[in-house]
Design a protein around this ligand. Structure first.
Ligand SMILES: NC(=O)c1ccc[n+]([C@@H]2O[C@H](COP(=O)([O-])OP(=O)(O)OC[C@H]3O[C@@H](n4cnc5c(N)ncnc54)[C@H](OP(=O)(O)O)[C@@H]3O)[C@@H](O)[C@H]2O)c1
Length: 313
């Protein structure tokens, strides 16, 4: 039997339960993966709490990012074999001991990182890479990252610095040194944000990557970057069209284009190279047993965690 995290109604972390289910069977175009670690993302908490509405067709499973070992391969799948060590991204029900995934959802796990780090890479790395590429961040760009101390923001800082951009990043007082260590010029969020950023970037800001979606972050962005097509958000998607800014998921009704989806997949090849050269770090803050998924959600909701929270079977 496999064990999976599920919930039958939205609510606090207490709605989460771990139940036994028959081992999943991969269809012809899928593989079955033994999960070694699963990464929790903010969207998991938003779905569980009801902040991001989604229909119930029976109990809902949770989690989209995992890392593990292929157990079985469907007859129409090529290029993968039992025993392969993989990262699974965009899966349904990755908070489990086993998960099925299509070949398109698999990436080879870099040998140099742990299972927990591999599970933590998933959504943050692919999102950060695609957004930076879509906003054409590169050599010479001055980039402002809102929530640079978060998982997506930290990945964005590291990619952008590796590509020759100057990065100003916001985070709490406690995370200033962390963002500096990643190569950013850090500043705090809060009143006076636009003035602080202007002082740090006297030549002006070219592009904004918003990973928090607050009015404060958006208003500061509008003050600093008059051309709103150079402002992109992953957290205020529902308001993006009205505001005239770009958005990728995060509540946006517009789905990612095939090109944007391809960029999200490409991210892992690029990050594998950076990891090999020691130019990319992944911060796993806390690891919880799968059975303690509710405690893991409470930990994240406390707001006191910097870095990823990961589940292990
Ligand atoms: N659209 C997409 O495809 C997509 C993909 C991934 C994530 N997201 C969304 O993007 C957001 C960030 O995700 P994540 O995984 O990076 O989350 P995370 O690791 O939990 O980080 C959240 C960050 O927000 C920062 N923060 C809190 N309050 C802030 C404020 N008032 N102003 C600026 N920053 C503030 C925190 O900084 P301190 O800890 O320093 O206070 C923290 O580092 C979430 O809303 C998530 O749902 C969207």
């Amino acid at each position: 039997m496999a064990r999976v995290v599920q919930y039958e109604k939205v609510g606090g972390p207490e709605v989460l339960e771990v139940v036994e289910v028959p081992d999943p069977t991969p269809s012809d175009d899928q593989v079955l993966v033994e999960v070694k670690a699963a990464g929790i993302n903010p969207i998991d908490l938003k779905l569980r709490s009801g902040e991001r509405p989604a229909p119930f067709n029976g109990p809902r499973r949770l989690g989209s990012d995992a890392a593990g070992v292929i157990l079985e391969v469907g007859s129409a799948v090529s290029g993968w074999a039992p025993g392969d060590e993989v990262i699974v991204r965009g899966a349904h029900g990755a908070d489990a001991t086993q998960v099925v995934a299509s070949a398109a959802q698999l990436v080879r796990k870099p040998a140099s990182i742990t299972w927990e780090q591999a599970a933590a890479l998933g959504t943050p790395v692919s999102t950060a890479y695609q957004v930076l590429k879509s906003l054409e961040v590169g050599e010479g760009t001055t980039l402002l990252v809102h929530a640079g101390s978060g998982a997506v923001g930290s990945a964005a800082i590291q990619f952008a610095v590796a590509w020759g951009a100057t990065v100003i990043a916001t985070g709490s007082e406690a995370n200033q040194q962390r963002m500096r260590d990643l190569g950013a010029i850090p500043t705090t969020y809060g009143p006076g944000l636009a003035e602080r950023v202007r002082a740090l970037a006297p030549g002006g800001v070219d592009v904004v990557f918003d990973a928090v979606g607050t009015d404060e972050a958006l208003d500061a962005s509008f003050e600093l970057v008059p051309d709103r097509s150079h402002i992109g958000t992953i957290a205020a998607g529902a308001r993006a069209a009205d505001l005239g800014i770009r958005a990728w998921a995060g509540g946006s009704p517009v789905p990612l284009t095939p090109e944007e989806q391809a960029l999200r997949a490409e991210a892992y090849q690029v990050v594998a190279g950076l990891l090999e050269r020691g130019e990319f770090t992944i911060d796993v803050a806390h690891v919880y047993p799968l059975d303690e998924v509710a405690a893991a959600h409470r930990d994240i909701e406390s707001g006191a965690v910097t870095g990823k929270v990961v589940l292990v079977p």
